[in-house]
Write a protein that binds this ligand. Structure first.
Ligand code: SF4
Ligand code: MG
Length: 283
């Protein structure tokens, strides 16, 4: 069985020292090993941004896609080879701005895969502009007078789109994050984990200290029931989206693959085409 070290490669990450993304990489590697995977059983698909580099830093199959498009690629990979464990990963700009259409539809499609968002509430790679996750009043070169737009609440949107697994974590809490990634891998359907991942270079507001002061651990809420969509939505709204832990899981809904009548069991890559080119042209 592979250890987490076997999910390392010899590429040195060029994230800034202290960037939250390091811990997310480590959590994925640990969760993959704890799940009993071998590197050739895992595919990590990313988009563009500092976060997008993650697919190159993990010893597994990887695909560094284009901006906001990690999810279409990842879903295609999963449907073509359902033996693979597929993790898509990217930033808040990647997934909640240009890629938001894909995110919502991937959630409601419920293909069996995991999506990890490295949420630093800013665009890091392009040197610090306001993102959909930046707070109102957030000052950057793109909003010099402070952002006047409403901050996006991605997990409330996920719940309303029919998400079957919704979690949130903090890159400093690698133990919790690793456990959540393991649960997400096990989940039969689409799992989304939003991870607060501080950008130490450009975001001087949402720092490690700020997150520590503002995060509300689910453990602190008595009798919380993660099978209740209403409780999940209410808790997200009441905590201004700052709650961490397993927020919601629907263990009953079947994944996309299991709901398609006649969808054959073998990976698509090993099958003959469903119809010939000639039949297709004559449709
Ligand atoms: Fe991380 Fe920010 Fe540096 Fe990008 S710019 S590597 S997000 S600290
Ligand atoms: Mg970002």
């Amino acid at each position: 069985m592979a250890t987490f070290k076997e999910f390392r490669n010899n590429v040195k990450p060029n994230w800034c020292p202290g960037c939250g993304d390091f811990s997310i990489q480590a959590a994925i590697q640990r969760a993959a090993a704890n799940s009993g995977l071998e590197p050739e059983q895992l595919a990590v698909i990313s988009g563009i941004g500092c976060s997008g580099r993650i697919s190159g830093y993990i010893h597994a199959y990887g695909f560094h896609g284009i901006h906001g498009r990690s999810l279409p690629i990842a879903q295609g990979v999963k449907l073509a080879n359902r033996d693979l464990t597929v993790i898509a990963s990217g930033g808040d700009g990647d997934g909640f701005a240009i890629g938001m259409g894909h995110t919502i539809h991937a959630i409601r499609r419920n293909i069996n895969m995991t999506y990890i968002v490295m949420d630093n509430q800013i665009y890091g790679l392009t040197k610090g502009q306001t993102s959909p996750r930046s707070a109102e009043g957030f000052v950057t070169k793109s909003t010099p007078q402070g952002s006047v737009e409403t901050t996006l609440s991605p997990l409330e949107l996920a719940l309303s789109a029919g998400a079957t697994f919704v979690a949130q974590s903090f890159s400093s809490d690698i133990k919790q994050l690793t456990a959540l990634v393991e649960e997400a891998i096990k989940h039969e359907g689409f799992s989304i984990i939003n991870v607060f991942s501080p950008c130490v270079t450009f975001n001087k507001i949402n720092t490690y200290e700020w997150f520590k002061d503002n995060i509300v651990p689910l453990d602190s809420i008595p009798d919380y029931d993660p099978s209740s969509r209403i409780a999940a939505m209410t808790t997200l709204m009441e905590t201004n989206g700052m709650v961490t832990g397993l927020i919601y899981q629907d263990k009953n809904k079947k994944s996309y693959e299991n709901l398609i009548s006649g969808f054959r069991d073998e990976p698509l890559a090993q099958q003959d085409p469903l119809i010939s080119r000639e039949q297709f042209d004559n449709l």
